[in-house]
Design a binder for this molecule. Structure first.
Ligand code: NCD
Ligand code: ZN
Length: 344
């Protein structure tokens, strides 16, 4: 196949930051996707509707004028999230979800929740107002092996959340293990998952074999090959529980190439192209459109997009860095060749 026309896709998990980084990265997303679920883990976190509306305006101001792009805002759930704020979010057409970060689990999660049981009244309100709860599904327990943290979160916390709030819509974000895929499959249709390009394309050898490669360091961390295979099977299965969410998470290059490098892969520069590569490797290009363009809006109860995006088989070289001297960001596949390209 040399040409692939898709209903325009959306990105259901995206970090765009603010300030200079926002201006640098947003055009890459807006060129490919019509909408994106915007993660609220700024510093300080986006915890109120008013903050989210201000952030939304800043994002819209960074959209190139020839493109149409709609940011779908989320709020950062904390132990202090009030029931009034949840009601306000439910009434806002711009707020689409709350994001739960276990405190300490990932980048900018310090304001997250330490005792998940203590926020059950918040989950109850989200269930009542039918607002999706997006979950970073890793335990932050320091004594839990980093490769086991997703599975531990599912067993120790998520099973109970799903059982206690059966009507709550939940997205288990950026799943990385066979156990997570199996959990989502076995759960009701209120439970779905996003999948990133890096977890479909790479296993942990990319990060650690032959030298430490910090640009493959993201959370949840890349896992063994059999997990990657299970994720590819889930993504290409045609099951509407699994949809596209890049988790594109830009960080300045010098903070990743660092003795204590931070977590996050930047993939917005080639997001849909990377998924096309993963789906083609699995002989499943025919399953890409529904994964990228149908199942996400269906889950979020939003209309599917009506325009299209065309990919062509034509190689191009990924730059070593994006941005200027002030904000240099090293992308996934830096310096490598990609097979699929967006038609101008
Ligand atoms: C994300 C970030 O940098 O904000 N990092 C990451 O490794 N994925 C946070 C997150 O989604 O966990
Ligand atoms: Zn993320």
């Amino acid at each position: 196949m040399n040409k692939l026309t898709l209903t325009r896709p959306d990105d259901w998990h995206l970090h765009v930051r603010n300030g200079d980084i926002l201006k640098t990265v947003l055009p890459y997303t807006a060129r490919r996707f019509a909408r994106a679920i915007i993660m609220p883990n700024l510093k300080p976190p986006v915890t109120t509707v008013d903050q989210a509306l201000a952030y939304r305006r800043e994002i819209l101001a960074a959209v190139p004028s020839h493109l149409n792009f709609t940011p779908l805002m989320t709020l950062y759930l904390t132990a202090a999230t009030s029931l009034e704020e949840i009601k306000k979010a439910a009434q806002s057409p711009y707020i689409h979800a709350f994001k739960l970060y276990p405190a300490g689990a990932t980048t900018h999660s310090e304001a997250g929740v330490a005792d998940i049981k203590s926020v059950y009244p918040i989950f109850e309100a989200l269930e009542k107002y039918d607002i999706p709860l997006l979950i970073h599904g890793e335990t932050a327990a320091a004594d839990c092996d980093i490769f086991d943290r997703e599975q531990a979160f599912i067993e120790q916390l998520l099973q109970a959340i799903v059982a206690t709030f059966p009507a709550l819509r939940i997205v288990l974000e950026h799943i990385t293990t066979r156990e997570a895929a199996d959990f989502v499959l076995a759960a009701s249709d209120r439970v779905a998952a996003t999948l990133t390009p890096q977890h479909l394309l790479y296993n942990r050898n990319a990060l650690l074999a032959g030298g430490i490669r910090p640009h493959f360091y993201c959370l949840p961390i890349l896992k063994r090959e059999h997990h990657r295979q299970a994720l590819v099977t889930a993504a290409t299965s045609g099951n509407p529980k699994f949809f596209l969410g890049t988790d594109s998470a830009p960080h300045p290059t010098h903070l990743k190439e660092n003795a204590c490098g931070c977590a996050g892969c930047f993939s917005a520069h080639a997001a849909i192209e990377l998924y096309a590569e993963a789906f083609e490797q699995a002989n499943a290009l025919d399953k890409l459109e529904a994964f990228a363009s149908f199942y996400g809006p269906d889950f979020y109860q939003l209309p599917r997009n009506s325009d299209t995006l065309t990919l062509i088989k034509s190689t191009w070289n990924v730059p070593d860095v994006y941005g200027s001297e002030a904000v240099a960001i090293t992308p996934l596949k830096a310096g490598e060749t990609l097979a699929w390209k967006i038609r101008d």
